[in-house]
Design a protein around this ligand. Structure first.
Ligand code: ADP
Ligand code: MG
Length: 462
């Protein structure tokens, strides 16, 4: 067993902080180099959620860091405490569970794209007047599943912390009761698995998968809208779990009654437990969130900078986080400390011609979604139908032109796409505008709404 020199870990972390600053978290310091033999560097991660997260999202970056730090062609493998005694055993989580795209996470099953973020814990959730009830109820549900509030239904606008609370419930439940069977999935994931099961004639397996859990957590349940067959199936899943005293937690962008085309019997069931609404955060809460997010990244955040960012960005918390990422990159790039001047650069002095602030990405998303009558969730989804893909491309084009965000950042706002997709979208819109008059008119009208004082805006953006 070749226990690696501790300096290798320090050199790796330094490389990661330099090259992937927004990925780094303070708990990376707890990662322990365990063994370096056979061309593989094994890193021990004691917290299960952190381990899963690193295995799914950070292997490439850590591998690069290990190779730079050692000058050798190494592979990196994250292992948990349970793997210590059985070195040949592949990490748990590598074996497919019952569902096609589901994986066992010890006590937790989740869809492939539903990775729990260690950031989304109760400890990292800032409480304010707008989310106090939702937070308190989430804690109660995690402590007494099936008993406190069932179902528990959280609703509120985009980027206000619904997914964060859902994942916090998962993490707290996993910790307090390792034997609990938890299923965490998006509504679209549930729908896809249902349709796959119908097609494959595997409904018995599907039902077993969803009805034999102690805690079922479904994110973005508003996506059930207009999905008649899935609603029917979900109704039976719900009843079966509910009658067995199992906990159900749902999130949505609208209250049960406001979800379009949702069967009345589902509306009444969703309303039968606790429905908690998350409101936009007030200024004090936003300041506290900026500080909390910065400290997660080990980033010094002077009070005046936190206040400035919180004052400039007042709706969506995801944008607050985007501002911190931007600030962090600027500080690294310019090799300077984070101060008010830099914050002004990062969250933007006005971009409009006459001193008015430019639109935020959220405003662009909302405006495009209303203009083309497409749902925000569709704009951010992977769907490629022209009726959605075109508005999405226009949204990216507008974001590039009217905000200071980079291609990467715009991609991450538009449903986690990479910068080449954004670049392609911008080029496509630029190329078509010359020959497509109706597109030209649409863009001009959108710009009128977003930047009313701008009169003629015909420049290309790529
Ligand atoms: P939603 O699911 O409501 O669209 P998310 O849960 O994804 O929103 O939250 C968006 C971002 O804002 C996440 O990074 C999340 O951690 C953060 N966030 C939201 N509310 C809070 C809060 N009260 N404290 C700390 N971070 C928060
Ligand atoms: Mg969400």
């Amino acid at each position: 067993m070749g226990r690696p020199d501790p300096q290798i870990r320090d050199a790796m972390l330094a490389h990661l902080r330099q090259n992937y600053p927004s990925m780094c978290r303070h708990w990376f310091d707890d990662i322990e180099p365990l063994d370096m033999s056979g061309g593989t560097l094994k890193l021990l991660v004691r917290e299960l959620v952190q381990l899963r997260y690193l295995q799914r999202c950070c292997v490439a970056q850590f591998t690069e860091a290990a190779q730079v730090a050692t000058g050798r062609l190494l592979a990196v493998r994250f292992v948990g405490e349970e793997d210590l005694n059985s070195p040949d055993h592949d990490e748990r989580g590598a074996t497919p569970a019952t569902g096609k795209s589901a994986r066992e996470f010890g006590p937790l099953a989740a869809d492939d794209d539903m990775i729990l973020s260690p950031d989304y814990s109760f400890a990292n959730f800032v409480i304010g007047p707008g989310n106090r009830l939702a937070h308190a109820a989430a804690i109660a549900v995690a402590q007494k599943p099936g008993k406190a509030y069932n179902p528990y239904f959280i609703h509120g606008g985009v980027g206000l912390g619904k997914t964060h609370l859902l994942q916090a419930i998962c993490q707290a439940s996993m910790r307090s009761n390792p034997h609990m069977r938890i299923y965490y999935i998006s509504c679209n994931g549930f729908m896809t698995q249902f349709l796959d099961a119908v097609q494959a004639g595997q409904m018995a397996e599907f039902r077993h998968r969803f009805r034999n859990v102690d805690l079922l957590i479904i994110d973005d349940i508003h996506d059930l809208s207009k999905r008649d067959r899935t609603q029917e199936e979900f109704f039976h899943t719900f009843n079966s779990l509910y009658q067995a005293g199992k906990q159900i937690v749902l999130s949505s962008d609208a209250s049960p009654a406001e979800i379009p085309a949702l069967e009345e019997r589902l509306v009444s069931r969703f309303n039968s437990g606790l429905v908690a609404r998350i409101e936009k955060p007030c200024y004090e809460t936003r300041v506290a969130i900026v500080k909390s997010k910065a400290s997660l990244r080990n980033l010094p955040m002077p009070d005046d900078v936190a206040s400035y960012i919180a004052a400039r960005i007042d709706s969506n918390i995801r944008e607050l986080e985007g501002a911190i990422t931007k600030l962090q990159s600027l500080a690294m790039l310019n090799r300077c400390p984070i101060d008010l001047e830099l914050a002004k650069q990062a969250v933007g002095e006005p971009t409009g011609g006459n001193g008015a602030p430019g639109p935020t990405i959220q405003t662009i998303l909302d405006t495009v979604s209303a203009f083309y009558d497409v749902r925000l969730t569709d704009l951010l989804s992977k769907r490629r139908h022209k009726s959605i893909a075109r508005p999405r491309q226009i949204g990216m084009w507008l974001a590039r032109k009217h905000t200071r965000y980079s291609l990467e950042e715009i991609g991450s706002y538009f449903g986690g796409r990479d910068h080449t997709t954004v670049m392609h979208a911008i080029r496509t819109i630029d190329a078509r505008r010359g020959s497509d008059e109706s597109l030209d008119r649409e863009v001009a009208r959108l710009e009128q709404q977003l930047v009313p004082e701008s009169s003629s805006m015909t420049t290309e953006v790529s």
